[in-house]
Design a protein around this ligand. Structure first.
Ligand code: CP
Length: 339
């Protein structure tokens, strides 16, 4: 798998001591591979990860690479799914997860000021993989530059969230049979970090078209639109979510305002959680439109999908969470196999 590689400074010894004598372990080795962006994944990588996730789910795969290894969870921003999802994946693989409940009690805080780079240099010598969430775009890449073990970007500000996108693709492949030729809509704030990673992977899947239903005050980022255009996938902006519910095979929803993506853990920002009716989905709307569109959401959801939808056959978002553990197991297994 062509995971992202950042060259360490020349002369640094990064050899793993697993299965090696101490003397052999001091030989120079390849630089660690990282998963910082969905852009480094090929369709073959996605196919392989989806197959491996399925094999973990069905008990046809076990990981020898991950057993007994240590996964450090460095979450500088709040998280439920990603943090506990990686922890659950680590447990299922026979690995161990370490981390701090609150990274502001580490030395990498505003008061003490140890750099992200030094944090990575230190913690990577205590574990086999770093999983990093931070409010600053590029934070995971900064840590990867100093880490002696693979780094997984678990969300960096507005930038990317590649494992969430892999989960979304895996869930849609499972729900739709195939994404190729399908019409996929994205509802809610299009600036979030999932959208960039997801559109990179969707571009590989060959959907017929991608529709966005963004709030009028937030535009789809230009680089995301350019990426879709480059893939020669039709793209439209639609004014209400009804169009998606009547025309699309699947809609991936996001909150109406994702500003919190770029906010530090100490921020006072409180998401407004007020989605205008034209942009929100509820059971009455699904029934009135006779919609069979599948509903996906990386979560957390607020009022953009009403809980009245949760028991409808359209609702895929909690199944998406169930599948997430197997995809994260696949990602950890592949990175640990290469390191
Ligand atoms: N989807 C997602 O990243 O959720 P968390 O913020 O809870 O990790």
């Amino acid at each position: 798998m062509a995971y992202q590689s950042i060259e360490p400074p020349s002369g640094r010894f990064v050899g793993s001591a697993r299965h090696k004598s101490l003397r052999e372990a001091r030989a120079p080795a390849s630089p660690p591979r990282h998963l910082l962006s969905a852009s480094i994944l090929t369709i073959d990588d996605v196919d392989e990860l989806c197959q491996l996730a399925y094999d973990f789910e069905t008990g046809h795969a076990t990981s020898t690479a991950a057993a007994g290894r240590t996964i450090a969870l460095l979450f500088f921003q709040s998280s439920t799914r990603t943090r506990l999802g990686f922890e659950a994946a680590a447990v299922s693989l026979g690995a161990h997860a370490i981390g701090m409940e609150d990274m502001s009690s580490s030395r990498t805080n505003r008061r003490v000021g140890e750099s992200l780079e030094d944090c990575a240099a230190v913690v990577s010598r205590l574990c086999d993989v770093l999983v990093v969430r931070h409010h600053e775009p590029g934070a995971a890449a900064r840590m990867a530059a100093k880490s002696v073990v693979p780094v997984i970007n678990a969300g960096d500000g507005w930038n990317e969230h590649p494992t969430q996108a892999l989960i979304d693709i895996y869930a849609m492949r499972r729900g739709l049979g195939s994404i190729r030729g399908k019409s996929i809509a994205y509802g809610g704030d299009p600036r979030g970090r999932v959208v960039r990673s997801l559109m990179r992977l969707l571009s590989l899947e060959g959907p017929r078209e991608i529709l966005f239903c963004p709030p009028p005050h937030y535009e789809v980022p230009a680089d995301v639109l350019a990426m879709i255009a480059e893939s020669q996938i039709a793209c439209r902006i639609i004014p209400t979510i009804d169009t998606a519910l009547t025309n699309c095979d699947a809609v991936v929803m996001a909150p109406y305002d994702m500003t919190e993506c770029a906010e530090p853990a100490t921020s006072d920002f409180i998401s407004p959680h007020e989605t205008p009716p034209d942009y929100a989905i509820n059971a009455e709307k699904i029934e009135r439109l006779g919609s069979r569109t599948q509903l996906y959401h990386p979560l957390p959801r607020f009022d953009e999908i009403d809980p009245s939808c949760d028991d409808l056959p359209n609702a895929m978002y909690f199944e998406q969470v169930r599948l997430s553990r197997f995809m994260r197991m696949a990602v950890l297994d592949r990175l640990l196999s290469d390191s």
